[in-house]
Ligand binder design. Structure first.
Ligand SMILES: NC(=O)c1ccc[n+]([C@@H]2O[C@H](COP(=O)([O-])OP(=O)(O)OC[C@H]3O[C@@H](n4cnc5c(N)ncnc54)[C@H](OP(=O)(O)O)[C@@H]3O)[C@@H](O)[C@H]2O)c1
Length: 203
């Protein structure tokens, strides 16, 4: 109907940032770590990071894989915007399992962790470094917010094949996916954020 994917991603990331801001109040001195995969779930995380940085949070974005391998133009564009935000956003790249110490270090001092690793695009058994990254996120003392679906949870069935993020809250977009309604011990509080999908698009 003409609503661009970039606009939907913007609305998703903004909805996430608004939720975090409401939970935490003033974001000055709040240390937020966004852990992102290479798909659109990661892209939503990049938009969220930009909005949170704009509100004064101290933001670190850790991407699990090489940025040139981002899967969509929307995610790639939002990553390139972050690359220019040198004063307010710290970017770290995990290329492989061997680089995961940077994630561990960042998580150790985080107040909020945004899980933007996998959403509805997850398939099959988790590969590395993703499974280990999810375990590390679960060990962090921070408040964990999942983007759309906690990473590792099957968005349709709610099954967890290996490991999944145990979120304190899940901000899901447009409508709650059936899987998150079944995976109660992983999703935490569920918030449905509207992203501007016209009701007629579903008819
Ligand atoms: N812009 C929009 O229109 C819009 C609207 C609403 C929501 N969203 C967001 O976009 C998300 C869906 O994005 P998406 O379709 O790009 O999928 P995704 O959930 O971001 O996941 C896709 C990524 O996960 C990797 N992956 C999948 N299974 C894996 C496994 N078992 N082990 C390791 N890596 C694995 C894929 O790599 P390979 O391909 O190499 O396997 C790919 O990089 C939603 O959940 C929501 O957050 C976007």
């Amino acid at each position: 109907m003409g609503v661009s994917k970039l606009l939907l991603m913007e609305n998703a990331g903004r909805g996430l940032a608004d939720f975090i801001q409401k939970k935490r109040g003033d974001l000055k001195d709040c240390r937020i770590v966004v852990v992102a995969g290479l798909g659109n779930n990661g892209g939503d995380g990049f938009v969220c990071a930009r909005h949170l940085a704009g509100q004064g949070a101290s933001v670190t974005v850790i991407i699990l894989g090489p940025p040139p391998e981002l899967k969509t133009s929307e995610a790639s564009l939002n990553w390139k915007i972050l690359e220019q935000m040198k004063r307010t956003v710290k970017l770290l790249i995990v290329y492989s399992y061997a680089d995961l110490q940077v994630l561990r270090d960042a998580l150790a001092s985080a107040d909020v962790v945004v899980d933007a690793v996998f959403g509805t695009g997850i398939k099959g058994r988790l590969r590395e470094p993703f499974a280990s990254a999810i375990r590390m996120m679960n060990e962090a003392r921070a408040y964990r917010v999942a983007v759309d679906v906690p990473s590792g949870v099957d968005p349709l069935t709610g099954e967890v094949h290996d490991v999944a993020v145990k979120a304190h809250a899940t901000v899901t977009f447009h409508k709650a996916k059936t899987g998150i309604l079944k995976a109660k011990e992983y999703v935490g509080e569920i918030v449905v954020a509207p992203i501007g999908v016209p009701p007629e698009a579903e008819e």
